[in-house]
Design a protein around this ligand. Sequence first.
Ligand code: GLU
Length: 468
Amino acid sequence: MTVVTRFAPSPTGFLHIGGGRTALFNWLYARNTGGKFLLRIEDTDRQRSTQAAVDAILDGLQWLGLDWDGDAVSQFERKDRHAEVAHQMLAAGKAYRCYCSPEELEEMRAAQKAAGQPMRYDGRWRDRPESDAPPGVAPVIRLKAPQEGQTVLNDLVQGEVTVQNAQLDDLILLRADGTPTYLLAVVVDDHDMNVTHVIRGDDHLTNTFRQIQIFHAMGWDLPRFGHIPLIHGPDGAKLSKRHGALGVDAYRDMGYLPEAVRNYLLRLGWSHGDDEIISTEQAIEWFNLESIGRSPSRFDFAKLENLNAHYMRLADDTRLVGLIAPRLEADLGRSLTDADRDLLTRAMNGLKQRARTVVDLAQSARFYVAAQPLSYDEKASALLDEKGRGLLKELAEAFAGEPDFTAAALEAQVRAFAEARGEKLGKVAQPLRAALTGSTVSPPIFEVAELLGREATLSRIRDAAGAA
Ligand code: GLU
């Protein structure tokens, strides 16, 4: 059997982080088993579905690197097929027309509420002849759901879950205007798309029992179901915006790399021993449904950031320059030149060791391409006092005569320079750092000087030496 999974978002908003995880699990399971990962856009709610949301979802999936097989299916475009199936059920006696008016339904609900009973359709048109149909009322089509016994789900994550059929009423398959309900559409699509595994959030568990009844009514094979516990905030409460319930695009904007987000989402609900760092290749190799946890996982930005720092260090230097370039350009108000990009690429290895996000990285790379004179932060300014400036003035002269402008030669030069003045290395190196970077934190300062080159280094030192 070829495994077929699917991701079935409703395009009523961006691809949120929980949806990203559902997509990831489905994608990984398909890739692990050599199966297929399909994408279905559940756009039947015409009021709430927008093209902008479809685009945001596709964009989010692409950014996460979750490629789907074949074309994305639009559920709305399949509405005739959904209606056809409802009529098949009708013809087979598995469904019936219900002519209840909205007022009647309202009365029914009110009476149930008053009696303290759960609200459900009472089945009054189940066995009533069509000849009773009131004139001018467009009927809905309802499933003739089993009233006795129970429906048992062997969930791949939750284990065995049972619901008494008496608790489930006769759901609507086709509305009075002929449009299919969500429950019907999902079942027909999963069947027609040969979906073998439905992996989704456990907020869909109740729907699943109703969907199973539709599968049974049609005599179709059931897919396997796996309901993943939802993601909670660090405090155990439902995930809120503050906790990270954001669109995938917000993670990109916050400077996270897609491979880090993938790794993080994987660990939110799936485990492989104590492994925290799991590359996508390993994830594809190891992913299984048995190791999805049964309890809700908690979103933790600190963990995501640690993983991101790890993947930043592994990332290709040219790629990272490409990622920080737009941020730097916006910040500097000009385009980066080829020389800037070249310098940043050569500097990247030193920069990426310290950065936790792309935002950090852009910030820490800024001094390389910033206009002179640099602006000095408070601590840097403090180092450029009279003594610091005096040392820098002399150092500029020493550097100017240095034939070999390499990190090693410059370091030797500064060591000798400090020693000759009875100063510790830091007393000279720190003002130098302030002069070259405008800050007191940077990659190793002699490497910075080598990368900047003689001309820029000397001119920055002279700027700083002259700074009042
Ligand atoms: N369209 C549903 C949602 O966005 C998912 C349905 C499903 O996975 O079956 O929550």
